[in-house]
Write a protein that binds this ligand. Structure first.
Ligand code: MG
Length: 370
């Protein structure tokens, strides 16, 4: 079997709000083979940049677009192709967008491998640790405490036993922050877990003060309170509060996660499969396992990410819950012909060959940026 094409499809809602909500567009990767098998992946990054990285022609041996490196290659040789893409982009890659683009292709290659061998991806990863995941409803903060609490109420009514709220306008004023958390806790009661996603805006001292202030709300974790580069700050925070500290969605390499764990001392490592790829995610999970750190997914995009997350979380011993974006974007929620169902706050690991999610061509056509 040989790869015949690698395409980057950019989908975008007609109107995009200036919020930290990456469900409003999507970069879908389609890898085609001469055996008729098509693999699907996704990248949560800057879509136009990813498209350029995939489509760029050869400039020289260290500056090459990813498609031209892959045409004619055997899609089953995933680790070797990862190495080939890394070497062929050394001048402009190694971190950030190039690694994100490689991640989307990595997911598509695993999808192809599963379809070619007639097995769900988690079996090829050596998994089977669990056949379902507890899921938390991942929300943006709304612009009032009441509207935010209403989101929490809906999640609990739908059967979720854990809810997360994140980003603006949270974090700017301690009194207002407490009003938000109080409204959420009053609404969901004591049995539901609440996670807080701060949005990278505090320093270490502010985080420690807020963590103490928030203790009555019994937060399950505080996520990304500091800018991603402040590893020493993360270390101080993690050692200074009994509340778990979660981070990782800004990182996309094994080295980045190693630093976050060893210097940043995080308690929960959040791996986005559409930014790391399954191949790297398995290595990150193994390093986390050595350190006694659980891994979870980060996911604010489509069911391709959800499916990849389920296969990953089923394939490592140190996973326990899955993030599921409940923002109502039609691209995220309707891309799959066979959407992943969340029932009573749980999702089953797909059992179909490959990732187990097939995009709906009509949705692609409706939102494709040409
Ligand atoms: Mg987050």
């Amino acid at each position: 079997m040989k790869i015949t094409n690698v395409e980057a499809l950019y989908l975008r809602l007609p109107e995009i709000q200036a919020r930290t909500d990456s469900s409003q567009d999507a970069l879908i990767v389609k890898v085609t083979t001469d055996a008729g098998i098509v693999g699907w992946g996704e990248v949560d990054s800057c879509p136009h940049v990813i498209k350029a990285i995939i489509e760029a022609p050869v400039s020289h041996t260290l500056v090459t677009g990813l498609r031209s490196l892959l045409i004619g290659e055997d899609p089953l040789e995933i680790e070797r192709l990862r190495h080939k893409m890394y070497q062929g982009t050394l001048y402009y890659g190694r971190e950030g967008a190039v690694i994100h683009a490689m991640a989307g292709i990595d997911l598509a290659l695993w999808d192809i491998k599963g379809k070619a061998l007639g097995q769900p991806v988690y079996k090829l990863l050596g998994g089977g640790f669990r056949d379902e995941l507890r899921v938390y409803a991942s929300n943006m903060f709304q612009f009032t405490a009441e509207a935010t609490a209403e989101r929490a109420r809906i999640a609990v009514e739908q059967g979720y036993t854990a809810v997360k709220f994140g980003w603006e306008p949270f974090g700017r004023d301690p009194k207002q922050d407490c009003a938000y958390l109080d409204a959420i806790r009053q609404t969901v009661g004591d049995e539901v877990d609440i996670m807080l996603d701060v949005g990278l805006i505090w320093d270490a001292k502010t985080t420690l003060q807020r963590a103490r202030l928030f203790e009555p709300y019994n937060l399950y974790w505080i996520e990304e309170p500091l800018p991603p580069g402040d590893l020493i700050g993360y270390g101080k925070v993690a050692e200074g509060t009994p509340t778990r500290i979660a981070a990782g969605e800004e990182d996309c390499t094994v080295d980045g996660f190693t630093r976050l764990m060893d210097i940043g001392k995080i308690d929960v490592a959040q791996v986005d499969l559409t930014r790391c790829g399954l191949t790297q995610a398995m290595k990150i999970a193994a390093l986390a396992q050595q350190r006694g750190i659980p891994v979870i997914n980060h996911n604010f995009t489509t069911d391709i990410n959800v499916a990849a997350s389920l296969h990953f979380l089923a394939s490592v011993p140190n996973a326990f819950i899955m993030e599921y974006c409940v923002e109502p974007s039609e691209i995220s929620r309707s891309l799959a012909k066979n959407p992943i169902k969340i029932i009573d706050g749980h999702a089953d690991v797909p059992q179909e060959p490959g990732l187990g999610v097939e995009p709906n061509e009509e949705i692609i056509e409706k939102y494709l940026v040409k």
